[in-house]
Design a protein around this ligand. Structure first.
Ligand code: HEC
Ligand code: HEC
Ligand code: HEC
Ligand code: HEC
Length: 356
């Protein structure tokens, strides 16, 4: 072979390799979820699944503790949420949250070892509110979490700070540069699966309630009340959120949509997801947001905001967190508010009408 032909061959091999670098290598598994020929299928990479399987094992629950004997509130000095538990149940609860949230640090992550009643550590103040938040999720958000429910482990997985949380990103404006105003997009960002879609889908949709739906009800309705006024830019923001949701659950768009009609509610998973969006907003606004004063500055984001819960905080790559392991049932104190004054859980909005 002539040297020129050899160089050409090397170059074409390098080009081919660079083109394929973005692809996943086979084998890839496909599971059909709709009629043959309609492309309703889920695509799974067995290597990604193997990695996630390890991450999504629920720890075994300790044996239930006896409910008799004096109550925690009678014995301890500063118990505001779990006072109705027996002392044995209270000890089991403390041991469990230690295992779920601070297994390396132990009791002193939240407590002053000299005085367990003291509220001086911010972690204890936050943990008390987290207990109430977990009870609220399990009691008020059954349309999303069903009987499976959540425990501290669903989000924390043995870490004081959950692995998947969001902060408002720094402004990325390139004034006076050829790139100009990035308009919150046009950068390959991890938060949106390395696409150039708007890179903060969390603040507008999982904290604020900016409208997500962008499709019109009539084909090309250009004027009048029925006109669809959503812009392409708005649709890009919606797509950013959709990439976040797909990535968080490890699924394709067709897990929730039949792509012949993105507006249709025919896939029940879409309705579950609709409730999940409202649940995330509720937790971010009523629980995480108001804890801002409790957190030290080092725990706040670049813009000074508290960590936000997103779909991946609980799901961590699985279609159901921990593949649906029903952990919460072994901790009845986390299923409903016990000694919290009987405030009725905020009514959950009805699911959207089927025909939209
Ligand atoms: C993740 C934080 C956290 C960890 C870790 C933790 N606790 Fe607690 N503990 C709390 C909170 C919050 C309360 C208050 C509960 C309430 O108000 O109902 C509390 C209350 C207590 C009390 C009652 C003190 C009083 O007199 O008011 C005792 C005793 C206690 N914990 C023991 C332990 C032990 C023992 C461990 C380790 C096995 C432990 N805790 C680990 C958060 C934690
Ligand atoms: C839905 C997800 C979720 C659940 C469930 C949850 N947490 Fe959290 N937790 C968070 C987020 C988000 C933060 C904020 C992260 C940070 O500290 O910056 C947090 C922070 C904390 C912190 C502060 C840690 C630190 O070092 O700053 C403690 C302590 C804590 N949680 C305890 C608990 C306990 C105890 C439970 C169960 C009763 C629980 N959490 C359940 C999401 C959750
Ligand atoms: C986990 C379920 C889920 C996945 C996965 C998902 N979506 Fe969605 N999608 C929804 C829900 C729920 C809504 C409506 C949100 C609302 O109204 O609050 C929606 C809305 C939309 C809309 C607007 C439809 C309208 O009525 O205007 C489009 C377009 C869309 N999704 C595209 C996608 C694309 C593209 C993907 C894959 C990248 C995707 N979705 C993945 C649940 C999902
Ligand atoms: C507080 C934890 C938590 C958060 C946050 C959360 N989920 Fe879930 N999700 C769950 C649990 C638990 C289940 C399992 C319910 C069951 O067993 O039916 C679930 C189930 C689902 C399902 C049904 C899966 C199926 O195959 O039936 C979808 C879809 C879903 N979640 C989407 C979302 C989306 C989208 C978000 C973000 C907007 C989100 N979830 C945020 C806890 C959470």
């Amino acid at each position: 072979m002539s040297p020129i032909a050899k160089i050409a061959q090397l170059l074409s091999t390098a080009l081919l390799a660079s083109l394929l670098a973005g692809c996943e290598r086979p084998p890839i598994n496909t599971v059909q979820t709709g009629f043959r020929g309609t492309g309703m299928e889920q695509i799974y990479n067995p290597r990604t699944l193997a990695k996630e399987a390890g991450l999504n094992q629920a720890p075994a629950a300790p044996e239930a503790a006896p409910a008799d004997g004096p109550k925690a509130r009678e014995v301890y000095q500063n118990v505001k949420v779990l006072g109705d538990l027996s002392v044995a149940q209270f000890a089991r609860h403390m041991a469990s949250i230690t295992q779920w949230v601070a297994p390396k640090e132990g009791c002193v992550y939240c407590h002053d070892a000299q005085n367990f009643a003291d509220d001086g550590k911010y972690t204890k103040v936050v943990a008390r509110r987290m207990i109430e938040m977990t009870q609220h999720v399990n009691a008020a958000w059954k349309p999303h979490v069903a009987e499976t429910g959540v425990t501290c482990y669903t989000c924390h997985r043995g870490n004081p700070v959950p692995a998947q949380i969001s902060f408002e990103p720094k402004d990325r404006l390139y004034a006076n540069s050829a790139l100009g105003d990035l308009a919150g997009q046009n950068l390959a960002s991890r938060s949106v699966g390395l696409t150039s879609l708007p890179f903060d889908p969390i603040t507008p949709y999982l904290k604020e309630d900016k409208p997500i739906r962008v499709n019109g009800n009539e084909a090309l309705a250009m004027r009048g009340a029925a006109a669809n006024r959503s812009s392409t830019k708005q649709a890009e923001h919606t797509y950013g959120l959709m990439v976040h949701m797909s990535g968080s659950l490890g699924v394709n768009c067709t897990y929730c949509h039949n792509t012949r009609n993105f507006q249709s509610w025919e896939r029940p998973q879409r309705t579950t997801a609709w409730h999940g969006i409202r649940m995330a907003r509720d937790l971010n606004n009523d629980y995480l947001g108001p804890l801002k004063e409790s957190f030290p500055a080092a725990r706040l984001g670049p813009k000074g905001d508290v960590a936000k819960i997103n779909c991946a905080t609980c799901h961590q790559g699985a279609y159901k967190p921990l593949y649906g392991a029903p952990m919460a049932k072994d901790f009845p104190e986390l299923l409903s508010a016990l000694s919290v004054p009987a405030a009725a859980p905020a009514a959950v909005e009805a699911a959207p009408a089927k025909t939209q």
